[in-house]
Design a protein. Structure first.
Length: 381
């Protein structure tokens, strides 16, 4: 399937590269028309995100790729492969299917996990679960996936397709983070300030995931379940922090090449992506087909957007770390952050909560947590 899939992309590579080159050129022309020096500067100016946030993320992640390489090597050994191939990246490091996690059990775990955020937060989340916030199971014609929605003056609504497994439990925690963010902001802010930008949108959801991981590792004794929990959270780290940063680096380099007058041909884009993939997944065996992966990433047509998934997970880990160390003081600061919606620029809101993403420290803290989870997984295997 891997070979068939990427061979299909090979048949349209010139058309796709032309479409992406035109997208990059459009970014450049619009930024010049608005008197910006670069397309990235124009993209970051709207939410007032300092450019050093982007550069600090890429540089710090690049400086910690040894941790991702360790993860890849662990995966190679866990699945019993002589070498890790590109399709193996998506294979779990755990044996068999997930242990059964019924929805009621997941509810209990998630509710207990958010206790460090305070009684008011925990009780409101529990009330929401009792008030039909969640459309839980698959039904005929129901949309796939999961999301949290609602309106300014309604309760949150979560669509799920719960599967009685570890992944579904983490998805429930994730979507409840979004719902509580919307709930607190809507209660505290007028309509115009109740929404929030992408830069902070994934923080509340990832805070809940991180708290859930910590809670389960502290309370669950079954080694098989612990391995599945660790595998789930490690994969979310890999696919969010490292993969999205790699995407951000690809965007930046492609725009820089275009601005320097270098043609963005299919060959040039394939080579750029292949080199990045090799840097990020050094222990894995690369083939020519993976160079075409960039063609299937729709985010690249919304330039300088994906890095915010990476900064979001780093900020979330830093916030949880502060809550664990400072207790109620940091938890209150976090709840205030959620309730402010978009009352200020996103980087300022986050700085008031205690996290400065122009500094490498939150990213390094996230890397340390990731490394500690790798230690824990290795000890269980």
């Amino acid at each position: 399937m891997y070979e068939l899939f990427y061979d299909e992309w090979a048949a349209v590579r010139n058309a796709v590269s032309t479409a992406y080159r035109n997208s990059v050129k459009t970014d450049e022309k619009l930024s010049k028309a608005r008197n910006y020096d670069t397309a990235r500067e124009a993209a970051l100016d709207g939410p007032n995100i300092p450019p050093e946030v982007y550069d600090t993320l890429v540089d710090t992640v690049r400086g910690n790729l040894d941790k991702l390489h360790r993860h890849a090597a662990l995966k190679r050994d866990a699945i019993g492969a002589d070498e890790l191939r590109m399709w193996d990246l998506y294979v779990p490091m755990v044996e068999g299917k997930s242990p059964d996690i019924p929805y009621e059990t997941a509810r209990e775990y998630v509710t207990e996990a958010v206790a460090p955020l305070g009684d008011a937060y925990q009780s409101r989340l529990a009330e929401g679960l009792d008030s039909r916030w969640v459309d839980v199971y698959e039904t005929a014609g129901k949309q796939s996936g999961a999301y949290s929605g609602g309106t300014y003056d309604s309760q949150p609504y979560i669509l799920m397709n719960y599967q009685d497994d570890v992944s579904s439990m983490f998805t429930l925690a994730h979507e409840l983070g979004h719902s509580m963010h919307s709930e607190l902001a809507s209660k505290a802010q007028p309509y115009v300030y109740a929404d929030y930008t992408i830069f902070i949108a994934e923080i509340a959801s990832t805070v809940n995931e991180t708290l859930l991981t910590d809670y389960l590792l502290e309370t669950v004794e079954d080694d098989r379940l612990r391995r599945h929990i660790l595998n789930e959270h490690l994969e979310r780290f890999r696919s969010t922090l490292f993969r999205q940063t790699m995407f951000a680096e690809f965007e930046q380099r492609a725009h820089e090449r275009s601005q320097a007058g270098e043609p963005l041909t299919a060959d040039a884009l394939d080579e750029l992506y292949h080199d990045l993939k090799g840097d990020y997944y050094e222990p894995a065996a690369l083939d020519d087909r993976i160079a075409r992966e960039w063609m299937r990433i729709p985010h690249f047509y919304r330039s300088f957007y994906v890095f915010q998934y990476s900064t979001g997970i780093c900020a979330a880990v830093a916030l949880v770390d502060a809550i664990k160390q400072e207790g109620d003081t940091a938890a209150e600061r976090y709840r205030e952050f959620l309730s402010r919606g978009s009352r200020d620029y996103p980087s300022e809101l986050l700085r008031d909560a205690g996290v400065d993403m122009t500094d490498s420290e939150p990213i390094k803290r996230a890397m340390d947590v990731y490394d500690s989870y790798l230690d824990e997984f290795e000890s269980l295997t």
